[in-house]
Each structure stands twice: as C-alpha cells, then as structure tokens.
Ligand binder design. Structure first.
Ligand SMILES: *Cc1c(COP(=O)(O)O)cnc(C)c1O
Length: 389
C-alpha cells in the first residue's frame, strides 16, 4: 500500500546527510566530552564545532547555546530557570493560551509554586496582540514566553513586535521556536529574544536532542544539576552524536529553506483548494498567509478528528488531530478553542503537516481518499444528519 506521511509537525525522519554526520560518533569517536584523554578531546572538539556552526546559522554566539534533551527540556529550563532566578524581583509570568504543553504545563507548575501566570488571549486567527502584551506587563513581571510558530495551525506570531514590547519593559522574553526552526529563516538578533528553544527531531534531526539559546547576561539558574556540563548550566554527559546531528540538521535546513518554502506553499495551497472544492462543511483554522508553509489545519463538521485519523491510517495516510501529545485524549484542542473555534468544530479538526517526503502528486491522491472517508463517516454520523436536515 502506498503510504503518505503528513505528520511532520509531530516528528520527521532523520535526513540521510544528518545520519552520515552522526555515525562516526557512536563507535569511533565515542569519548566522553568531559574526559581529558584523546578520545574525550576529540568528542569535545566535535561538540564545540557543532556549537559554533549552529551559532553561525542562528546568528548568536556559540557560548549562548546550551544543548538539552529536546524542546520540552529547553522550555522547562527557560521558564522555570528564569522564574526562580528572578523571583525576588517578581513572581509574575506572561504566556499565551495557545502554547505547546511543554510551556503551558511548566507555567502551571509555577502557579502551584506561588507564581502568578497571565495566559494572553489570541484572536480568531491565533495571533497574540502586542498591545495586549504591553498592557499585561506589571512591575513584578519577570518573564514572557510566547511561541514563534504554532504546532497545530502553523500560525507565525509577530515575534519581533512582541520582542520589542518586552525589551521596552525590561522583562525576559523566551520563545518556543521548535516549529519555526528550519521553516522560517530567522536570525536570533532580529527576534530580540533572550531565550529560544529548538528541537532536532522536528527538523530532520534525531529525537532526544535540542538546545536552548540563552542570551549572555540572562539571569537563569540551571534546572539539571550534577557534573557541571555545559558550563554548569545543564548537567549530564553530552549526547555528542545527537548534537552533531542537530548541527547538521540546522545547516541542511537553512540551505534550501527558500526552495522548500516555495514547494510547500504550492502543495498546501493546492491541498486546501481541492479540499474546499470537494468537501462541504469544512473550516480552515489559522491564518492562510502567516503560517509555516507546511501546515494546514482543517475542521470537518460533524465528525470526530480521531475517526478521520484512524480511517486515513487504514489507507496508509498518516495525519494528526493536533498536538501529538494530546492524541488519545478526547478534549478538543486548547489552541483551537482559544481561537474561538466551536467545541464541535475543534473536535473535528485535522492537522496536515507536509515535509520533504511529499510531492504535489500526493495532493490528489490524499484528497480523493479523504473525500470518500469524510463522506462515509458523515453518512453514519447522527450529528451530520441533524445539522444538514
Ligand atoms: C514538539 C514540540 C515541542 C517538544 O519538543 P520535544 O523535542 O519533542 O520535547 C515543544 N514545542 C513545540 C512547539 C513542539 O512542536
């Protein structure tokens, strides 16, 4: 059976170039980067080369990059690390209502620890208004954490405007750039953030590795303690092979970002246009222009998203109802609900996230099957009979 993978926002396959770059670091250059001997020094040199290469692509200093186990750890570290380091100054944090769980639950943890958290609303397209942010900042605010591109809708925040509000107010600004990196050719300087999270496996790198950019001078305490790795900021023997993979993945992504943007825009636009032409009672969620070009989120009236996921899976097509972490749960997406999408439509939403393995030929193939499955599911849905009759 032909398979079509449309879940690149959940994870991506490791790029062959990334795998090649990593392989020597499993068994040939296997040393512990903290060891003083030759094998350790080789690993350490490779680690620092990777750091330098990432710094050049992202536009920061190598010393401002701390390697972690991925996006979740980077978000936890940034949020808890700055909140606790600056708690004498104030205990108020600002975030948005559409964050990934790694950010949202970290903020919920802080609430239990006596911090106050403001969850900013978003408009119907999923944007945080920089004026809302400005008004929410108080004298005791220490940190603002707002994501760059959303994992469910692909919507890209006006991150520079948000950054400049935080700079004027003198509060720290962290952004979860996990879905933006490799899709938007940003430079950290342009964003004006103090911290930024990246995960390798969302950009054709290996799972279990990522980084946190921390602007030099940021007051943050380490969240992982132990042997003083990463200049004492993140203890734990460095995942050298993974870090080499992360560096190579970032390098490869940035080489063809413009060409991929053109290609993915073509694919996702055609995809949405043909769904619109062939399937009634659908709703586009997000912003058609200001989104990462690989992501399209659509609600299908009167069907459960999970039912679509499972029936497409039987046909070899892999999609998701939104964030992978919530699949299995029956609660509708908090992201779509925050955008004002009705409970019913949020429950029938599907995230299609395209990637390197897809071509324009996938569009007709997938939409054919999707149209049939949606028809079939609606024909047995009492909800659809009600609403159309
Ligand atoms: C996937 C994802 C994360 C978590 O990254 P992991 O490396 O899987 O822990 C965080 N934020 C966003 C926006 C993501 O899409």
């Amino acid at each position: 059976m032909r398979t079509v993978y449309l879940d690149h926002n959940a994870t991506t396959p490791v790029h062959p170039g990334v795998l090649d770059a990593m392989l020597p670091y499993f068994s040939q250059v296997f040393g512990n980067a903290s060891s003083l001997h030759q094998s350790g020094r080789e690993a350490k040199a490779a680690l620092e080369n990777a750091r330098q290469s990432i710094a050049e692509v992202l536009g920061c200093r190598a010393s401002e990059i701390i390697f972690t186990s991925g996006g979740t750890e980077s978000d936890n570290f940034a949020i808890k690390g700055t909140a606790f380091a600056n708690r004498k100054k104030g205990k108020h944090i600002i975030t948005s209502s559409i964050e990934h769980h790694a950010v949202e639950i970290s903020c919920r943890f802080l609430e239990k620890e006596g911090f106050e958290v403001t969850f900013l609303p978003v408009d119907s397209c999923g944007f945080v208004d920089p004026d809302d942010l400005k008004k929410a900042i108080r004298p005791n605010t220490t940190l603002v954490t707002i994501m760059y591109a959303n994992n469910e809708t692909g919507v890209i925040q006006d991150i520079e405007a948000l950054g400049s509000v935080t700079r004027e107010a003198g509060v720290y600004f962290h952004t979860d750039a996990v879905q933006a990196t490799g899709k938007i050719p940003y430079k950290i300087d342009d964003i004006g953030c103090d911290m930024l999270s990246i995960s390798a496996h969302k950009l054709y790198g290996p799972k279990g590795v990522g980084l946190l950019y921390i602007k030099s001078g940021t007051n943050i305490i380490p969240w992982n303690e132990g042997g003083g790795h990463e200049k004492g900021m993140r203890a734990g023997t460095e995942n050298v092979a993974g870090i080499i993979g992360l560096a190579e993945a970032i390098k490869i992504a940035h080489k063809d970002i413009a060409a991929r943007t053109v290609k993915l825009n073509k694919i996702t636009r055609k995809f949405y246009e043909s769904i619109k032409a062939r399937i009634p009672d659908i709703q586009f969620n997000g912003h058609y222009e200001k989104r990462v070009p690989n992501t399209i989120n659509i609600s299908f009236k009167a069907i459960e998203g999970e039912a679509i996921v499972l029936s497409l899976d039987m046909k070899g097509i892999m999609v998701s109802t939104g964030s992978a972490c919530t699949s299995g749960a029956t609660d509708p997406s908090h992201v779509l609900r925050a955008m004002g999408v009705s409970r019913e439509m949020a429950q029938g939403s599907i995230r299609f996230s395209f990637g390197r393995s897809n071509s324009i030929e996938d569009v007709d193939y997938v939409v054919d099957i999707l149209a049939k499955e949606v028809n079939r599911l609606r024909s047995i849905s009492p909800l659809y009979a009600d609403s159309s009759g």
